[in-house]
Design a protein around this ligand. Structure first.
Ligand code: ADP
Ligand code: GN1
Ligand code: MG
Length: 360
């Protein structure tokens, strides 16, 4: 976007300059000006249709977290996001229908991890997401707006795939018969979590719903998890979505974009490390059923993501940003390779969960 326009947008936010007298000079008048860095984000309004509801969720959740962080002697400006309101007190600035902006305080001295996922980082990420969920365990989940309806409703994602196959807008269905067959054959266990939520055997909690490891800021020196970010999809859901989605990417030996499937494997050591960190925060809150379903949740979220990529490919790449022609197909294949491995590894993952519980 144009720099001048960005400056105009930024000037709509309530930014306080801190200017104070400084030093003991006898001649000049000396002041120190404290400056703070900020994050300015344009909200993707084609994905998030109700940005005001989305910002209401984020404001409520971060204010709730700030109280908890302060009560435990943490730093509320560092351990959760700080929404900077506009000059007229709104949580976002609407330039026009498609240009809605928000500002957060920049959290300094942190890094995000893209591909360098060591077991130590996975352990810290488990603590980070587990702690986030634990702090929100008494937030009234049903007060949150559903910012994307049925976001992790896997059967509806399968239905969307079937609709895309039937419409075949981009004329690609014939060329991906194998991937379509894989997706539809595996659909049998895909309703486990939504059914559990519907019959009450899986509790509804506040969930993040997009727990990529790069949605945690880590301290640049200690590499400890500092802050969970990217709160656009915070909604009522199951913790299984967050656990599974974090390991979908976190425990893959390759990036989601990797096309050489020989390099794509599910790494049990990464799973064990994340699980230990996550359960160190959440073990006392989880039900027996949730614990039982941890291994399946990883396969489920990986499968669901593969289905979403394949659907977008069939729809002519309208949702996920792509950087090359068959990018979404490559991503779907990558995810399905992991699903195949995860089916074989499920018994092993159960024993790793049991081991993690024993160690706590
Ligand atoms: P997206 O939804 O596009 O993934 P994010 O909200 O995750 O957007 O932000 C993108 C990147 O911006 C993050 O990966 C992180 O590097 C950086 N970032 C976001 N918020 C902050 C913040 N408050 N302080 C420092 N860096 C941030
Ligand atoms: C999107 O925005 P980002 O990259 O954090 C998507 C996730 C997918 C992910 C796949 C709102 O996340 O659900 O798992 O891509 N977010 C949304 O990489 O659809
Ligand atoms: Mg992000």
């Amino acid at each position: 976007m144009d720099q001048e326009l960005l400056c105009t947008v930024f000037s709509q936010f309530h930014i306080e300059e801190d200017i104070a007298p400084f030093g003991n000079g006898h001649i000049n008048d000396t002041y120190v000006v404290a400056t703070q860095r900020y994050i300015l984000q344009r909200i993707n309004t084609s994905v998030f249709r109700e940005p005001e509801q989305l910002m209401e969720n984020i404001t409520n959740v971060t204010e709730f977290l700030k109280k908890k962080i302060t009560a435990s002697n943490g730093d509320p400006d560092r351990e959760t996001l700080t929404v900077i309101p506009t000059r007229d007190g709104k949580p976002c600035y609407q330039l026009d229908e498609n240009n809605v902006f928000r500002v957060y305080k920049f959290i300094e001295d942190t890094i995000t991890i893209e591909s360098d996922k060591t077991p130590e980082i996975l352990y810290e990420a488990g603590i980070g997401f587990g702690h986030f969920q634990k702090m929100l365990s008494d937030f009234p989940a049903l007060q949150l707006h559903e910012t994307i309806k049925d976001f992790h409703h896997t059967p509806k994602r399968i239905q969307a795939l079937k609709d895309a196959i039937r419409r075949d807008i981009a004329g690609r269905a014939d060329s991906v018969k194998e991937e379509i067959a894989f997706a539809l054959e595996n659909a049998v266990w895909a309703d486990t979590v939504v059914n559990g939520i519907a019959d009450g055997s899986i509790p509804v909690r506040v969930t993040h719903n997009d727990t990529k490891i790069n949605n945690i800021l880590f301290d640049q020196d200690t590499k400890k998890a500092v802050c969970v970010i990217d709160l656009d999809t915070v909604m009522p859901g199951s913790m299984l979505y967050d656990f599974g989605d974090a390991l979908r990417m976190g425990a893959s030996t390759a990036d989601e974009d990797e096309t050489n499937l020989e390099l794509v494997h599910f790494d049990e050591a990464a799973f064990a490390a994340f699980t230990k960190g996550y359960l160190s925060e959440m073990r006392d809150s989880l039900t027996k059923r949730e614990l039982e379903l941890l291994p399946l949740s990883v396969k489920l979220m990986t499968y669901e993501c593969g289905v979403r990529f394949l659907t977008d490919y069939l729809n002519g790449d309208t949702y996920f940003k792509i950087h090359r022609e068959h990018h979404n197909l490559d991503r779907a294949r990558n995810q399905f390779k992991l699903v195949m491995e995860l089916s074989d590894k499920e018994p092993m993952l159960h024993s790793l969960v049991a081991q993690a519980l024993e160690c706590l």
